[in-house]
Ligand binder design. Structure first.
Ligand SMILES: *[C@@H]1O[C@H](CO)[C@@H](O)[C@H](O)[C@H]1NC(C)=O
Ligand SMILES: *[C@@H]1O[C@H](CO)[C@@H](O)[C@H](O)[C@H]1NC(C)=O
Ligand SMILES: *[C@@H]1O[C@H](CO)[C@@H](O)[C@H](O)[C@H]1NC(C)=O
Ligand SMILES: *[C@@H]1O[C@H](CO)[C@@H](O)[C@H](O)[C@H]1NC(C)=O
Ligand SMILES: *[C@@H]1O[C@H](CO)[C@@H](O)[C@H](O)[C@H]1NC(C)=O
Ligand SMILES: CC(=O)N[C@H]1CO[C@H](CO)[C@@H](O)[C@@H]1O
Length: 398
């Protein structure tokens, strides 16, 4: 309960809104993963290529190269800035390699992909005792004041990719969860928060800022939490109706790149009229007719991206039935029309924990020069081996 008292003090001290709400920087190792960005057209002819996998290569567990610790992590997503590829994972535990003891824990962490030819190799740069094992996505002072109390702690979790806005700037959305039980098991989603990553290629420093504690509170749709894609300098932010549709409906907001921290520039899609409006729909009931995607199964985690190979936007996702299966929907534009029933992409094998979760796709690993973007995908999921959870990846070729 201690953090509640501190909360009051902080909220008085910070009564005048501060910008940003939280910020921190990390020096990163110099490791380049060059890739060619795609340039999706806004609208195109219907997709030409079938969604059929010709080859699967299982890369197994993602792990840290030359780390002092044995690191376990779950959830997560990735994006590239200036030819560096960043992964951000959720709950991360560091164990001593010599004693096997848990030495550090954080609600999220950040790593660099080392080499696209060795996709399971990561180089963590935030899980260190010298920084107090602090999360990569900075807590506000109030959140940090709760971090040592397992029954009251905050967690910032993501299950989708960050999205590149410029060569040096990306945006990523995190669920803001707060635990409410003494066993630390039950978490309530308070809303989402936007993290902005700024990469300085000259100094090799990445700065992570949260403009505000919450970007979308849980009284609105969590735009950006489910998936994001940038097309022609417009960011499309997808959010699930978790409350009234039980994750079946996906709602959509857009914002011009460069104005993503200004709510005045956000527009909200209404599928019933096919128009964008400056009036945000309020989820006081299920708004199925306004949803950009109405699934015939509930969504859990996913990624939206443009596949040059398919000449289509793809949504690769896990549903909420914990069946460990990657599925895909397609559409000729970010606003659809999206299929309502999905095609099975790949059935992953669950571990002793019973099911895999956090399934999503990272296309950038196979966007090197002379590759057709989207013909190969890196699929990532959280694997539960009974005692630990870790990230597993595979490469699929269409
Ligand atoms: C990334 O790497 C590619 C291939 O080496 C290169 O053509 C491109 O200029 C690089 N981009 C940046 C921003 O450095
Ligand atoms: C990445 O790995 C490939 C294959 O092992 C190797 O040829 C290449 O030099 C590596 N790239 C870098 C930047 O280390
Ligand atoms: C929404 O967040 C508030 C805190 O702002 C919390 O008290 C409430 O339980 C949350 N509601 C839901 C439905 O999760
Ligand atoms: C979506 O529907 C279109 C039109 O029926 C079809 O061509 C496409 O293959 C479907 N995509 C998926 C992922 O099922
Ligand atoms: C889970 O992984 C840990 C660490 O790699 C290992 O020690 C343990 O034996 C594994 N458990 C199972 C059931 O495979
Ligand atoms: C890219 C974009 O739309 N930029 C706009 C952001 O907002 C400012 C005004 O605050 C405009 O001047 C920019 O054109």
């Amino acid at each position: 309960m201690i953090c509640w008292a501190i909360t009051v003090v902080f909220s008085l001290a910070l009564a005048a809104a501060q910008f940003p709400a939280a910020s921190q920087s990390f020096a990163i190792p110099s490791m380049l993963t060059p890739y060619v960005p795609t340039n999706p057209p806004q609208y195109m002819a219907p997709e030409a290529k079938p969604i059929t996998i010709s080859r699967v290569w299982d890369w197994l567990r993602m792990s840290d190269w030359a780390s002092e610790y044995d690191i376990y992590r779950d959830g997560g997503g990735a994006c590239s800035l200036y030819n560096r590829t960043f992964w951000v994972f959720c709950d991360t535990s560091a164990y001593s390699k010599t004693t096997g003891e848990l030495v550090g824990f954080s609600s999220n962490s950040m790593t660099l992909a080392m080499n696209f030819s060795h996709p399971k190799d990561l180089k963590d740069f935030t899980m260190t005792p010298s920084t107090g094992w602090k999360p990569a996505i900075p807590f506000t002072d109030e959140e940090a004041s709760c971090s040592t109390d397992p029954s009251q702690r905050y967690a910032l979790w993501t299950y989708t990719n960050c999205v590149q806005l410029t060569q040096t700037r990306a945006m990523h959305f995190f669920k803001v969860e707060k635990f409410s039980s003494s066993d630390g098991q039950s978490a309530t989603e308070y809303g989402n928060t936007m993290a902005i990553y700024t990469m300085d290629p000259d100094t090799n420093v990445i700065t992570i800022e949260r403009p505000e504690q919450y970007w979308f509170k849980n009284t609105t749709y969590g735009y950006g939490t489910f998936a994001n894609v940038v097309v022609n300098n417009v960011a499309y932010l997808y959010g699930l109706d978790t409350t009234y549709s039980d994750n079946f409906d996906v709602h959509l907001a857009t914002v011009p790149v460069g104005n993503e921290t200004n709510r005045d520039y956000y527009r909200y899609y209404d599928a019933a009229t096919g128009e964008f409006s400056s009036v945000m729909p309020v989820p006081t009931t299920r708004r199925q007719a306004n949803a950009v995607i109405q699934g015939d199964e509930p969504f859990s985690s996913g990624t939206v991206f443009w596949s040059e190979y398919h000449n289509a936007f793809l949504l690769v996702f896990f549903n909420n039935y914990v069946d460990s299966t990657f599925r895909v929907l397609s559409a000729p534009s970010p606003v659809g029309p999206w299929n309502s029933s999905s095609t099975v992409l790949y059935r992953s094998t669950p571990g002793p924990g019973g099911y895999n979760y956090g399934g999503m796709a990272v296309p950038i690993y196979y966007q090197e020069p002379r590759m057709v973007a989207g013909q190969n995908l890196l699929l990532q999921y959280s694997y539960q081996n009974g005692s630990h959870t870790y990230s597993k990846i595979l490469q699929v070729t269409f």
